[in-house]
Design a protein around this ligand. Structure first.
Ligand code: AMP
Length: 282
């Protein structure tokens, strides 16, 4: 595995591979790898002949007062994990390699970025879209792989790619969880023992709503109330950021479940802001 920091070297390597008729999968990450990242990398390995993993804690997707400086980092271990998962290149640029001091061009999908996580993180998805498009342009990847834990992110990236004519196929993969149901997240390392004990309640309550929907409950408000009641009882350390029912592709809020629907949430648990989601079937 090659570790590269220079965007032009990455682009040159990818051009060479394409000239040789090879295909490229890209897995963008912010590092501190867990089994969720590993699943994306191993999947990427199976859908192209070359695998590029990027590791970049993207300042543009952190707002003022968020955890940019404290974001967990473990680059030495991450290099070993990426190599073990079959990466051909680990691209680890510095912010100055990605953003010129007078960087001025941004990519945004404002309608889809305004709700859910965008309510409390208004510039987050603009930062995500901009860096992901840069990575897609540098690699001209045939396929890029994202996790469904960040459902809103993959939905926005799909829309960005569609609307801008990006030729890369965007794929998303299921959430990888701890055995008790907590979605793996680099931010789980911030949880205290007490917070970690309550954290699986996020998923349990969503599962209850899914069960209610599968038994015929179509009213989104009733499903949300059931989740909130359960959290009031079992997730006393958590502070709700949002709980919403939306169309999975457009993220438009739904009041009735009469087709594909996604329940998504963010809960602040101590220092960690945890997100999760579940598809509701009627
Ligand atoms: P991050 O390093 O948190 O920016 O995540 C990099 C990629 O890994 C994103 O596409 C995430 O959606 C994905 N990811 C993070 N956690 C998980 C998980 N528990 N299961 C599946 N994918 C994940």
């Amino acid at each position: 595995m090659q570790t590269l920091a220079n965007p032009q070297e990455l682009a040159g390597q990818c051009r060479n591979w394409h000239t040789q008729g090879q295909s490229i999968a890209l897995v963008p990450t912010m590092g501190c790898y867990h089994a969720g990242h590993e699943a994306l990398m191993r999947y990427g390995r199976t859908v192209a002949t070359r695998l590029v993993v990027s590791l970049f804690v993207n300042p543009a997707q952190f707002g003022p007062g968020e955890d940019l400086d404290a974001y967990p980092r473990d680059e030495a271990r991450d290099e070993a994990v990426a190599e073990a998962c079959g990466a051909d290149v680990l691209f680890m640029p510095q912010p100055g390699d990605i953003y010129m001091p007078d960087h001025a061009a941004w990519v945004d999908v404002p309608d889809m970025a305004a709700g859910l996580c965008g309510k409390s993180r208004p510039t987050h998805f603009r930062g995500v879209c901009t860096v992901v498009l840069k990575l897609l342009l540098l690699t001209l990847a045939d396929v890029a792989v994202f996790g469904e834990k960040d459902w809103q992110q993959q939905a926005i990236i799909r829309r960005m790619a569609r609307d801008l004519g990006v030729q890369t196929r965007i794929e998303s993969r299921p959430v990888v969880r701890d055995p008790d149901g907590l979605a793996l997240s680099s931010r789980n390392v911030y949880l205290t023992v007490e917070e970690r004990a309550q954290a699986p309640e996020i998923r349990r309550a969503l599962r209850c709503a899914q069960e209610m929907a599968s038994r015929g409950e179509k009213n989104a408000a009733i499903l949300q109330q059931a989740v909130l009641r359960r959290w009031a009882e079992h997730l006393s350390l958590g502070r709700l950021d949002y709980l919403a029912v939306v169309r999975p592709d457009t993220l438009v809020p739904l009041s009735a479940i009469d087709g594909p629907a996604l329940m998504a949430c963010a809960v602040q648990l101590g220092r960690s802001r945890l997100i999760d989601n579940i598809l509701l079937h009627t």
